[in-house]
Design a protein. Structure first.
Length: 253
């Protein structure tokens, strides 16, 4: 299956909430995978969506080893994926949604590959990412998940904090993270799980997807494992010194 055909199949799978069988695309290389991702995102932009940012995957060294890869992967965020902090999010059109806590960066100036990531940051915030593989059972090859825009489905960002309020972005290196479902802890972890320091993930985003324009939101990667996200659930992520972000999924019909 070529990049255009795979993009069309993935787009249809997402719109109809009907998963594709993993491993059946014939895709074997990352160059072809990113070409398919670009074609997939282009289809969404043609329907009126607008690019808002970049997300990273495999920012856990353990996950990279598990998948047998040596580098991160990236996908694109659009305005249609935004979830208001404290708002409601309809999961009825998703296949098998999961949620994970992250750290988000807001760029205040252009970040080029090899540039100083800290100098480009206008704000940092707690974030939640909803992932929803368009492959059956979340089973896929590395090229297939890249083509599927790294399973991106939605994201919520909490209040932005200026770097100066933290005494510099090095404060992000080891902050406690709690993911709660209906007020009960579901996962706990640390921002250190994000490449040892989320700032490294921001530098990687510039290397992989840059240059990144001012106003770009960068999701640095998951700080804990993802958990299933059923309808009628209140989700909250708390990141030390950054605060909290939350939303509630829609009730099942």
């Amino acid at each position: 299956m070529n990049a255009t055909a795979l993009a069309e199949a993935l787009d249809t799978a997402a719109r109809e909430a009907r998963p594709l069988p993993g491993g059946g695309s014939g895709l074997t290389d990352t160059a072809g995978a990113y070409a398919a991702q670009e074609a997939l995102v282009a289809r969404r932009l043609a329907r009126g969506e607008r690019l808002t940012g970049v997300k990273l995957g495999f920012t856990s060294v353990a996950k990279m080893r598990q998948m047998g890869v040596s580098d991160l992967i990236h996908g694109r965020l659009t305005d249609r994926m935004e979830i208001p902090d404290g708002g409601r999010y309809d999961v009825s059109g998703l296949i098998h949604p999961r949620v994970e806590p992250e750290v988000a960066f807001l760029l205040g100036s252009v970040l080029v590959p090899g540039g100083d990531p800290a100098a480009a940051v206008a704000g940092v915030a707690p974030a939640l990412e909803v992932i929803d593989s368009r492959y059956d059972g979340f089973r896929f090859s590395l090229p297939e998940v890249i083509a599927d825009n790294t399973s991106a489905a939605g994201y919520a960002v909490g209040p932005w904090t200026a770097p100066a309020e933290l005494g510099g972005l090095r404060a992000l290196a080891n902050l406690g993270v709690v993911l709660e479902l209906d007020g009960r802890p579901a996962e706990t972890g640390s921002t250190a799980a994000i490449l040892g320091d989320p700032l490294r993930a921001l530098a990687a985003a510039a290397r992989l997807a840059g240059p990144l324009a001012p106003g770009t939101v960068v999701l640095a990667g998951a700080a804990t494992a993802a958990v299933p996200l059923p309808p009628g659930t209140h989700v909250r992520a708390v990141v030390g010194r950054l605060g909290a972000v939350r939303f509630t999924t829609g009730e099942a019909s």
